[in-house]
Design a protein around this ligand. Structure first.
Ligand SMILES: NC(=O)c1ccc[n+]([C@@H]2O[C@H](COP(=O)([O-])OP(=O)(O)OC[C@H]3O[C@@H](n4cnc5c(N)ncnc54)[C@H](O)[C@@H]3O)[C@@H](O)[C@H]2O)c1
Length: 378
């Protein structure tokens, strides 16, 4: 067994939503060891949290700049190798850029940056660095999503003609309808979240799933946002018509005010020979539909799945694996890349996905603001 990769964590403290997912995912395949962190902007809280989860406190730093400065003083075989950026959006770009510029690998949360211009700068910094950059579009790690990609690639659906991705949540209802509350949440603050709330937070996952599963690119978008209140600067709902290659069209629907919805990400791809549909809340079922055959249901871990899908399951069929395992698969792919081992395209989302995602988000904003017009992606 190779030595564990030395992992640093930025954000993801005890007060965060996503920190636990990253920590557990990094441990699942025994590849990483957390050796340093800034879990929280408040140093005492960071140290308290490190004690709580039993991580040595000697490399818990007062802030990000100190982490970089102090880690660079350590011998290379002790230094953090990869940092996982799990902070609110506005810190992704400055943190990821400084990490790459200083020779660290990066695992970064989405949306990758605040806008497309930052994404292009980060792309350049990444190219210069020669380091690994993994973006945590979590859902691409599910075995049945990987199976979907492989089935489309091998032509099981024939020519694709329609894509439909929906990401519906309802959590912002409890905040958006209260004037005071809606001014306190970072996801509704453009200086912290970036140019979009709903499309930047969840629509971008749906976008990534469409491009990941089909292997096709979205060429242009027409978007209609809803902000619900005059004083709310950020979209909380958005519907996007998309045009892809060669007469492939579809829709990406995302909402944070879809009352009663939890984490309702669904992706459906329709082709001339059949269709595939997958739902995040029932991740172990992949539905194959046809006009002539009965509905087929694919499940993880069975030999009829592709190697790419089978490699994403750890247990025999019937032992449900979920979002922790899906994120763990992304950490596993990144670990292979960091160690210089062979890995398959798609094992972890890359800088390219991050740049595409920011191009998409910015194009939806431009489309809405321009009066719901078609906007071409690069
Ligand atoms: N991949 C996914 O499916 C997924 C799901 C949820 C969130 N996210 C992304 O993860 C990121 C964090 O989201 P969240 O919901 O966990 O946010 P959160 O507000 O719940 O947590 C943010 C954490 O960052 C810490 N933090 C803030 N400023 C910091 C600083 N200067 N230095 C160090 N730590 C700092 C906070 O103390 C907190 O622990 C966002 O970019 C979000 O888009 C991704």
């Amino acid at each position: 067994m190779p030595k564990k990769i030395r992992l640093g964590i930025l954000g993801g403290g005890g007060d965060s939503l996503i920190g636990v997912l990253h920590r557990v995912a990094s441990f699942i395949n025994d590849n990483y060891e957390i050796v340093g962190a800034v879990f929280n902007p408040d140093y005492d809280q960071s140290v308290e949290f490190a004690k709580e989860i039993d991580i040595p406190t000697n490399r818990i730093y007062k802030d990000f700049d100190t982490l970089v400065e102090e880690e660079l003083k350590l011998p290379e075989d002790e230094r953090i190798q990869v940092c996982s950026v799990q902070t609110p959006n506005f810190l992704h770009f400055p943190m990821a850029k400084k990490l790459l510029d200083n020779g660290f690998h990066v695992i970064c949360e989405k949306p990758m940056t605040m806008d497309y211009a930052e994404a292009k700068i980060l792309e350049e910094a990444h190219q210069k660095s020669g380091k690994i950059f993994a973006l945590t579009h979590t859902y691409t790690g599910y075995p049945m999503v990987r199976q979907m990609k492989e089935m489309i690639k091998t032509g099981e659906l024939g020519k694709i003609h329609k894509v439909d991705a929906q990401y519906y949540q309802g959590w912002i209802n409890s905040i958006i309808h209260d004037k005071e509350k809606r001014s306190t949440v970072w996801r509704l603050d453009p200086t912290k979240a970036g140019i979009s709330s709903c499309m930047g937070d969840i629509g971008v996952h749906a976008f990534n799933m469409v491009e990941f599963t089909t292997g096709l690119q979205i060429k242009s978008v027409l978007c209609d946002f809803n902000y619900l209140y005059e004083d709310n600067k950020m979209d909380v709902d958005g519907t996007v018509l998309v045009r892809m290659d060669d007469h492939v069209k579809g829709v990406i629907r995302s909402s944070q005010v879809a009352t009663g919805e939890e984490n309702g990400l669904t992706i459906a791809i329709y082709g001339e020979k059949g269709a595939l549909k997958w739902e995040q809340e029932r991740p172990n079922f992949l539905y194959k539909m046809s006009d002539t055959e009965p509905l087929q249901v694919y499940k993880p871990g069975h030999a009829y799945n592709s190697e790419f899908s089978l490699n994403a399951s750890k247990l025999p069929p019937g032992h449900p694996e979920g979002i922790f395992d899906s994120m763990a698969n992304i950490y596993l792919g990144a670990a292979r890349a960091i160690r210089g081992e062979a890995y398959k395209e798609g094992e972890f989302p890359t800088m390219k996905d991050g740049v595409r995602g920011m191009n998409f988000i910015e194009s939806t904003v431009a489309s809405h603001k321009g009066g719901n017009v078609w906007v071409a992606l690069d």
